[in-house]
Design a protein around this ligand. Structure first.
Ligand code: NAD
Length: 253
């Protein structure tokens, strides 16, 4: 059995999740990649010498299976990175109710369930890291993103609560709150805004999306992954219950 620490990364085929999976592999973790697209997941997991679990995190039994498969295969779990998520933009009066349910299921209930299921393993070994990829929209709001912003604010609440519970067990729990990161999720938002406003993609980034930011550029996924890796290190063992912004100065004003 592999003696290296094992990390579960959800949404591992997306922009941030892939960068986190690569960074943790480079930091000598065995990575369990969780996402919904099987073929691509198997290929990426093979490249990283990790393991792919195809799961729909909106389903409770799939959340359970992610942890069960990790334990069956590797005999341990040390790190959980709750990263899977997606955006839907709509005014409140027409916000689709099924979309609300789905977004809360993937971005708040799944992190709760996965944390609950890994917890006994982290407690037993007196070492664990849970890292929740929230958002700057876990700290502040923007209009038309009711479900996303509610889920991300909730995720910071879950982070703080579980940090308090993990304190005596060598478990730290932290949230990372990025502003716009260069990923497929954001690239599609930029393209949509450029089209609807009849302006260039650069203008969307600088004048619309990053209007509140001090530094006018997108964040790279590797910058988020570097913070995840640091939080997993023993050097970060005093940091818990934090909601750490990587926000280009967005919330400084
Ligand atoms: N990109 C940004 O600017 C940004 C900023 C702040 C926070 N975030 C957060 O970072 C996380 C990752 O975002 P990203 O930009 O890499 O997005 P992405 O769309 O590139 O990746 C998200 C991944 O989650 C997976 N996923 C979605 N629903 C799932 C489900 N039901 N079951 C399993 N997997 C599922 C998708 O298949 C995808 O691979 C999200 O939680 C997002 O809210 C992103």
């Amino acid at each position: 059995m592999d003696e290296r620490r094992t990390a579960i990364v959800t949404g591992a085929l997306g922009g941030i999740g892939r960068a986190v999976a690569e960074a943790l592999t480079a930091a000598n973790y065995v990575v369990v990649l969780v996402d919904i697209n099987t073929e691509e997941g198997t290929t990426l997991a093979a490249r990283l010498n990790g393991h792919f679990v195809a799961a729909d995190l909106a389903q409770r039994r799939d959340c359970r299976r992610v942890v069960d498969e990790t334990i069956d295969r590797f005999g341990r779990v040390d790190v959980l990175v709750n990263n899977a998520g997606f955006q839907h933009i709509s005014p409140i009066e027409s916000f689709p109710e099924d979309k609300w349910d789905l977004m809360l299921a993937v971005m708040l209930t799944a992190p709760f369930l996965l944390t609950k299921y890994v917890w006994p393993h982290l407690q037993a070994q007196h070492w664990g890291r849970v890292i929740n990829i929230a958002s700057i929209h876990g700290q502040v709001a923007s209009p038309y993103k009711a479900a996303y912003i509610s889920a991300k604010h909730g995720l910071i609440g879950l982070t703080r609560t579980t940090a308090l519970e993990g304190g005596n067990h060598g478990i730290t729990v932290n949230a990372i709150c990025p502003a716009y990161v260069r990923t497929p999720l954001v690239e599609s938002q930029i393209a949509a805004q450029a089209e609807s406003r009849h302006i260039s993609a650069d203008t969307v980034i600088e004048d619309v999306m990053l209007a509140p930011a001090a530094i006018k550029r997108l964040i790279e996924p590797a910058e988020v992954a570097a913070l995840v890796t640091y939080l997993c290190s023993d050097a970060a063992s005093a940091i818990t219950g934090a909601a750490l912004n990587i926000d280009l100065g967005w919330t400084a004003r």
